[in-house]
Design a protein around this ligand. Sequence first.
Ligand code: IFM
Length: 458
Amino acid sequence: MNLETVDRPVVPAADRAWPPGFLWGASTSAYQIEGATTADGRGASIWDVRVHEPGRVTDGDTGDEACDHYHRYAEDVGLMRRIGLDAYRFSVSWPRVLPTGRGTVNAAGLDFYDRLIDSLLAAGIEPWLCLYHWDLPQALQELGGWENRDSAGWFADYAVLIARRFGDRVKRFATFNEPAVFTIFGYVLDWQAPGIKNRDSYLAAVHHVNLAHGAAVDVLRDLVPGAQIGAIHNRQPCRPAGSEPGDLAAAELMDLCWNQAFPEPQIRGTYPPRFAEAIERWVKAGDLARICRPTDWFGLNHYSPIYMKADPSAELGFAWTGPPPDEPQTGVGWVIDADAFRDTLAEVHRRYRLPIYVTENGYGADDRLDERGEVVDPDRIRYLDAYIGAMGEAIDGGADVRGYFVWSLLDNFEWGSGFGQRFGIVYVDYATQQRRLKASAKWYADRIRAARAVTAGR
Ligand code: IFM
């Protein structure tokens, strides 16, 4: 299926029955929406540092204020309720609750998440808490960050704090969001914090993040009765950019790093052979058993295929490149290919045999308010319709998919691209902090209502 050739999914999302208990949600992350980066005792993260270095983010944007969700969370929960969400995935800002990453706890930071969680529960929305969405406390970076093997212990201690404080009300936990993305972008390409370009740093970080995942799973399992624990992986087909022999090798190598380096050891207990050789130096006896702890679900983030070409001068020998110009693309130039989403869901199901939650999927564009003060975003609606339809096809083919979270609830700080790339179904006017449901939010609300009605009546 391709948006150019098929206008509607085979079974329109609106008309089909979804598995009983299927969850409809939306996702965000702390640094991208909270703002209030110096309020109430919050410490600095690696992103607070990076955004204030000249030239790192388009237009010099920062997350200092972002969507000011720290102060406006109640309004945002109200929006979720209007849309009719079953679930909301957010991340905790580690430096907000532990300003230097370990040791002294910031009570005001914990109080904020108490208020958020309680508001969600009062609105009938299930909180999904992600421990790490890229904002490592800067104090820990100064000790080596993820390159330091002790990071697994720091992360486990942070997980203890979160489990003890919120485990009475939160049952769905994710350890990491997209570990492949923040390790490749942060340690190989220097597109993200902490801004390193070094093969050894990258390999060390991968292994220590895997160890941290395993340690946190054990903590959550021990401390939270009934916890449902997963990790979230951004899985996307890696395609060669051209027909040069090196391009195919580059795509295969990227597939190892992007799609396999985390789920394989976490769920199957081994690094893929080529990767295992490279990472051997950091792996100690017993580590794979520490990493491979039983989890309850697979979080799948998926947007688009990605394209690679050979680059012998690059740290890992490949370079990221733009998509072929003839492919349909989103407003931020990502290829639209709903078939690839369906096939990825099927592949994840076959390989890992865990219930799948689509924890991110969405459409980025430079949305603008029209003269009536509305955002009409038919391209986003078409994209979501096609991708949700493809998810339905994957379910029909046997994939055990149990929920879908759109990225994102709100327009927000899109890392190195700043505020120019809008992924929200709710428009945020950053000057006034006014929120406005886009047409896609109203469409999503209708879809959720229709899905519930069809599923209830089947
Ligand atoms: O905004 C990001 C998010 O933080 C991680 N997944 C992809 C999104 C869009 O780029």
